[in-house]
Design a binder for this molecule. Structure first.
Ligand code: NAI
Length: 250
C-alpha cells in the first residue's frame, strides 16, 4: 500500500500560511488537487499555489471568511466548478484573542468561536453533502491541546477548540455509516505566527513543560493530517490526536 492521494480533491481552510501552508503543500505532494482557502493572506496564498504548481502538482486559491455562510457557499460553488468533488476537508482556519476572563469582552468571545467553531460547522455541513454522494470523505479538524487542557487567558479559545473536539465526535457518529471519517488533530506549541507571542512571553519556562523539550514545527502536524487524509486511516474516526511532544500527558 502506498500513501497516495491522486485523484482526490482537498480543501484546506486558512491554508496559506503556518500549519495550513504545510498541510496544503503536503497533501498536494501526495497527489491531491488542493484548494487553498484564505481570508486576508491573498499574497501568501498566490505564492504557495505557484510554488505547488511549479513542483508539478495541482492547486487553486479562493478567498472566503469561513465564519460567513454566504462566503462559505461561494467557496463550495467554486469547488464544485473546479473539481466537482471534495474528498478531504481540513478545517485549519483559526485565531486567538487572548484575555483574562474578567477582562474578556463578548466580542472577543464571539469572534474566536465564530472562526474556530462555527467556521468548521459551516464548511463541514456542505462538505458532507458532497462526500455523501461518493460515500467517501475525510474531515480533519485542527483543534488544540488547549481544548483538553485549558490555558490561562484562553477561555474563549479553549472552549471553542473543546467544542471543535466534541463536534468532531458527534460528526463521526453521524457520518461513519456514510463512509466519512472525522478526526481532530491537537497541536501543542508549534512554531508559527500564532504562537510567537505566547512562546516569547513564556520563554524557556514553556520548554520545561514540554517533555520533548522543543516546540513542534508545522510539518509535524501536516504529517498526521496526511495519514488521516489517506486510506491508511480508514478505520479511525471520532478521535482527537495530539501532536505536542508529550505536553498533554505531562
Ligand atoms: P496562523 O495564524 O499562522 O494561521 C491561521 C490561518 O487561519 C491563517 O492563514 C489565517 O488567515 C486563517 N484564518 C483566520 N481567520 C480566518 C477566517 N475567518 N476565514 C478563513 N481563514 C481564516 O496560525 P497557525 O499556528 O498556523 O494555526 C493553524 C491552526 O492550528 C489554527 O486552527 C490554530 O488554532 C491551530 N493551533 C495552532 C497552534 C500553534 O502553536 N501554532 C497550537 C494549537 C492549535
Amino acid at each position: 500500500m502506498k500513501l497516495d492521494l491522486s485523484g482526490k480533491t482537498a480543501l484546506v481552510t486558512g491554508g496559506a500560511r503556518g500549519i495550513g501552508a504545510s498541510i496544503s503543500r503536503t497533501l498536494a505532494a501526495a497527489g491531491a488537487k488542493v484548494v487553498i482557502n484564505f481570508n486576508k493572506s491573498g499574497e501568501k496564498a498566490g505564492k504557495l499555489r505557484d510554488e505547488i504548481r511549479s513542483e508539478g502538482f495541482e492547486s487553486e486559491i479562493f478567498q472566503a471568511d469561513v465564519s460567513e455562510p454566504d462566503q462559505v457557499d461561494r467557496l463550495f460553488q467554486f469547488i464544485r466548478s473546479y473539481s466537482g468533488r471534495l474528498d478531504i476537508l481540513v478545517n485549519n482556519a483559526g485565531m486567538i484573542r487572548d484575555a483574562l476572563l474578567l477582562a474578556m469582552s463578548a466580542a472577543e468571545w464571539d469572534k474566536v468561536h465564530d472562526v474556530n467553531l462555527r467556521g468548521a460547522f459551516l464548511t463541514t455541513r456542505i462538505a458532507a453533502e458532497l462526500m455523501v454522494l461518493k460515500h467517501y470523505g475525510k474531515i480533519i479538524n485542527i483543534a488544540s491541546v488547549s481544548g483538553i487542557r485549558g490555558g490561562r487567558g484562553q477561555t474563549n479559545y479553549a472552549s471553542a477548540k473543546g467544542g471543535l473536539i466534541s463536534f468532531t465526535r458527534a460528526c463521526a457518529v453521524e457520518l461513519a455509516p456514510k463512509g466519512i471519517q472525522v478526526n481532530a488533530v491537537l497541536p501543542g506549541f508549534i512554531e508559527t505566527e500564532m504562537s510567537t507571542r505566547a512562546r516569547r512571553r513564556a520563554g524557556e519556562a514553556l520548554l520545561d513543560r514540554i517533555p520533548a523539550q522543543r516546540f513542534g514545527n508545522p510539518q509535524e502536524v501536516a504529517n498526521l493530517v496526511l495519514f488521516l487524509a489517506s486510506e491508511f486511516s480508514d478505520y479511525i474516526t471520532g478521535q482527537a490526536i495530539p501532536v505536542d511532544g508529550g505536553l498533554s500527558v505531562s
